[in-house]
Design a binder for this molecule. Sequence first.
Ligand code: PLP
Length: 345
Amino acid sequence: MRTVDLRSDTVTQPTPAMREAMANAVVGDDVMGEDPTVRRLEEMSAERLGKEAGLFVVSGTMGNLVSLLAHCGRGDEVILGDAAHTYIYEQGGIAALGSIHPRVLPNQPDGTLDLADIEAAIRPDNIHFPRTRLIAVENTHNRKGGVVLPPGYMAAVGALAKRHGLRLHVDGARLFNAAVALGVPAAELVRDADSVTFCLSKGLSAPVGAVVCGSDEFIQEVRRARKVVGGGMRQAGVIAAAGIVALEQMVDRLAEDHANARRLAAGIAPLPGIDLDLASVQTDIIIFSLHRPDMTPEQLVETMGRRGVLFFPIGGDRLRLVTHYGVDESDVDYTVAQFCEVLAA
Ligand SMILES: *Cc1c(COP(=O)(O)O)cnc(C)c1O
């Protein structure tokens, strides 16, 4: 039986080119700043995002944590969305380890935070209040179905931050998906951001890692923060080498994942009980709800799993499918056929 693993784009395997680059990587002690492969990945990343410097970190979670640790002191406040990955899926690490106070605003269906909501949430100077330091947005927005925040919004939220003397962090775990979907350079999306994290180990298919980018001064602070959370790595060029291949070879092909997601979404949207807004399928993520008297989302996941199609329920009546390098068009057609058999009225 065929297996189509749509649980996440993190299940991607390193490509043969990555394994070869990993085997041949020239390495050194990166805590001492002596790993040329890590440095090359960091420089390439910074250049791609139009920033001065980059820092290789273990994961997207670590990238967001160390960025926020560098931006905010004890009791400082970050404005972020109620559906943000940092708010929901990172164990509250910014509070647990950073004493950073989250000010949570509703994420709109398009993944944005309403600019008027942000303005209203910024604290005036008053001894009773925490100090607002940072605005954090997510692009693409995972929980909102991989939707893309366009350059106009990113510029507007950046301008708002500057007007109020605040910093802007972008959780760009899938920033390159956004750039490819929009047909704009990734740098254009983060021009007004003070820091950005992007993941190498999702659609870009590297086995491990994320990169934080920002100014030279900021990255020095992030390097300290990475060390205190145990993220200083030694001969990390062995894994950074795969990240270099990811940036060189795996960015443009994300368009295939997006086309496969659209094909899959269009195939299952008409089925009885599926509620799927095709306009929300902008990149590699499909979120839909199931409304059936005869089947819960968990039962659908179990039934489809027996047919080799793997995916997750994400709470309530909602489910998520993610396309990636390990899923091709014939896998999509197989998946649609299985959904049709299982859900045909
Ligand atoms: C996956 C993800 C992260 C965290 O990445 P890990 O490498 O899994 O720690 C952060 N933000 C968003 C939006 C993500 O989807």
